[in-house]
Design a protein around this ligand. Structure first.
Ligand code: SAH
Length: 215
């Protein structure tokens, strides 16, 4: 691993700011977590560019600015217990772990969960638990959650996830079909129901039911 140069780091943060990531705590978390650790092989040298990149099991690590915007939209406080659906490389979970008390992250691929766990341990991120599970059902054992982040696109917000959101809680997720336009939406749970607002257009891999076969 080559040491990340100050210039690369500055350009990375500048790109985030220019795309609307302005929350200081989010920027600090993204400065602290080296995306280069989460991208392997051929694409590793492009880790600091603002683009999604391929990871194992045919999945992708999200674009840094999208990670920043989603994290910002969650309005995380240091007391929060957060669920992430779609561990992938573990990058987003690592960012969340800097902002929240506790992070649970689930993925349907055993290999991705294993590799992410290894990285969290290496990086000393002790408040993340990575679990092999179909995240469309949430994580009933640990519910309710203060914040939920879904990093794969569903057609609608999955019912079990809405049910596992604490009153006053926030969920951010991309909705829409994977081959058409998806929108990031934010759901706030109130005493009487759910309030929705639409954020920016995005493109994510689909939320797929059942566990995956590691390839
Ligand atoms: N947040 C990740 C990127 C996620 S890519 C990162 O920071 O790198 C989307 C991930 O969602 C993939 O790893 C995919 O396997 C996972 N996924 C899709 N459907 C799922 C489901 N039903 N349950 C859990 N994970 C799912």
């Amino acid at each position: 691993m080559t040491e990340l140069s100050a210039e690369t780091k500055m350009q990375f943060l500048f790109a985030l700011r220019s795309k609307g990531v302005t929350d200081t705590r989010v920027l600090e978390a993204m400065e602290a977590i080296d995306r280069g650790r989460f991208v392997r092989g051929l694409f590793a040298e492009r880790a600091y560019e603002d683009m999604p990149l391929p990871i194992a099991c045919g999945q992708t690590i999200s674009q840094p600015s999208v990670v920043g915007l989603m994290t910002q939209a969650l309005e995380i406080t240091p007391r929060d217990k957060v669920l992430e659906v779609g561990t992938g490389s573990g990058y987003q979970a690592a960012i969340l772990s800097r902002l929240a008390r506790r992070v649970y992250t689930v993925d349907r691929y055993r290999r991705l969960v294993r590799e992410a766990r290894e990285l969290f341990e290496t990086l000393g991120l002790v408040n993340i638990t990575a679990i092999l599970a179909d995240g469309s059902f949430g994580l009933p054992d640990q519910a309710p959650f203060d914040r939920i982040l879904v990093t794969a696109a569903a057609e609608d917000p999955p019912g079990p996830l809405l049910a596992q959101l604490r009153i006053g809680g926030i969920m951010v997720l991309p909705v829409g079909q994977s081959d058409t336009v998806q929108r990031l939406i934010r759901v706030r749970r109130t005493e009487d129901g759910f309030d929705y607002d639409e954020l920016n257009p995005v493109r994510f891999v689909p939320l797929v039911e059942g566990l995956g076969k590691d390839g």
